[in-house]
Design a protein around this ligand. Structure first.
Ligand SMILES: Nc1nc2c(ncn2[C@@H]2O[C@H](COP(=O)(O)OP(=O)(O)OP(=O)(O)O)[C@@H](O)[C@H]2O)c(=O)[nH]1
Length: 362
């Protein structure tokens, strides 16, 4: 790595694997570094950037300028399809401001493939000033141990078999393989939910897919608070991934080479946004659980406005788990409303809306 190049860390990993949690940890703890963040959300609402922004503001991370929190959103679709239109201009903007930036952090959408993004670092304008410090692939430990990369793999498989047009769909497994194939570091998260046996199973899955030279870290969301040095190391790997990325083989390229009718994985995912007013927290959880049981939902995420509560509640559902916490106060100029983004298969906004409206309070 040339010393004058800005290092960029690319964080990739399936929906709900723990990417935003990692970025939040980095922003909270490495406050001495001036970090520009690029987030890319699949869906119509950029929930992640809002969570990160709450963190960056809350912990007074070193912003690029007083009116600029250093967070760039690429909310329009998926970063691996919009490299040229969206990612390059943002990178060019950052290159122009390189004196103000120590590190770039990029969170890709859970459905993105890291390869096209890393390849963009070989564009002359970018290559001259930036390098990929590392591709960090985040894996949901319990989900990998269970052999499950989605809310209901069996259901997804049944759907795949029933629909011929999905023949060439890359499975979620392929998506994971592709995200792993580009990894300089594998981060297995949620170890607090992992038994020794399950951990061994995860190690076996990884060993089959990544070379032994690629390090694997087992972490949970509080690990980095306990050992900030590890986080520093993670942000200084100097892997210069762009130099080897063309040799990374993946399913996605092979589909193209075979001339198969194949689109990106996310072309076959649905996403929709549901908006409600103030809601009863318990009722919302019940209704959400009902939806998780009934539909192929890979992830639901958003904010809820609860009557009488001055803070907004962040809600995430991954697999069968629903999690909720308060992240920040509602601001005066904000409308108190509930907004949830769903990603899955065969989702119909009207049906979801009908079930969730039950939780609304007048
Ligand atoms: N128990 C446990 N839960 C975790 C841990 N890390 C993350 N989570 C939870 O897992 C869920 C998903 O975490 P995120 O960090 O939002 O995952 P993500 O990869 O950014 O998700 P997408 O943006 O949907 O792709 C959240 O509810 C987190 O609170 C962990 O170490 N342990």
């Amino acid at each position: 790595m040339q010393l004058n190049k800005i290092p960029a860390t690319v964080v990739t990993g399936f929906l709900g694997s723990g990417k935003t949690t990692l970025l939040t940890n980095i922003l909270r703890q490495l406050t001495g570094k001036r970090i520009a963040v690029i987030v890319n959300e699949f869906g119509e609402q950029d929930i992640d950037s809002s969570v990160l922004r709450a963190c960056a503001l809350g912990c007074e991370a070193d912003a690029l300028s007083p009116d600029d929190d250093g967070i760039y959103e690429l909310a329009n679709g998926c970063i691996c399809c919009t490299v040229e239109e969206e990612f390059l201009p943002v990178m060019q903007n950052l290159v122009e401001r390189r004196d103000q930036i120590d590190h770039i952090l990029i969170e890709t959408s859970g459905l993105a493939l890291p390869k096209p993004l890393v390849q963009a670092f070989n564009w002359p304008d970018i290559r001259q000033h930036c390098t990929v410090d590392a591709v960090v692939t985040v894996l949901d430990g319990p989900a990998v141990a269970a052999g499950r990369y989605a809310h209901d793999e069996a259901q997804v498989e049944a759907q795949r078999r029933a629909d011929d047009s999905l023949d060439h769909d890359p499975s979620l497994q392929e998506l994971l393989d592709d995200q792993l194939s580009a990894a300089d570091l594998v981060l297995v998260t949620k170890t607090d939910l992992l038994s020794e046996d399950e951990r061994a199973r995860v190690e076996a899955v990884i060993a089959q897919r990544v070379p032994a030279a690629v390090k694997t870290l087992f972490v949970h969301k509080d690990s980095f608070a306990e050992s900030p040095a590890e986080l520093e190391a993670l942000m200084g790997m100097a892997a210069a991934t762009e130099n080897r990325i063309d040799t990374v083989n993946n399913h996605h390229d092979r589909h193209h080479a075979e001339g198969a009718h194949h689109d990106h994985a996310h072309d076959h995912f649905d996403s929709c946004v549901i908006e409600l007013g103030e809601v009863d927290g318990e009722c919302l959880a019940t209704q959400l659980q009902l939806l998780l049981d009934r539909y192929s939902i890979y992830r639901a995420k958003g904010f809820a406005a609860l009557p009488g509560k001055p803070m907004r509640q962040v809600i995430q559902a991954v697999g069968e788990r629903i999690e909720a916490h308060f992240d920040r106060l509602w601001t005066h100029d904000e409308r108190r409303r509930t907004q949830l983004v769903f990603i899955g298969r065969g989702l119909e906004a009207a049906a979801l809306q009908q079930v969730l409206t039950e939780a609304e309070v007048d």
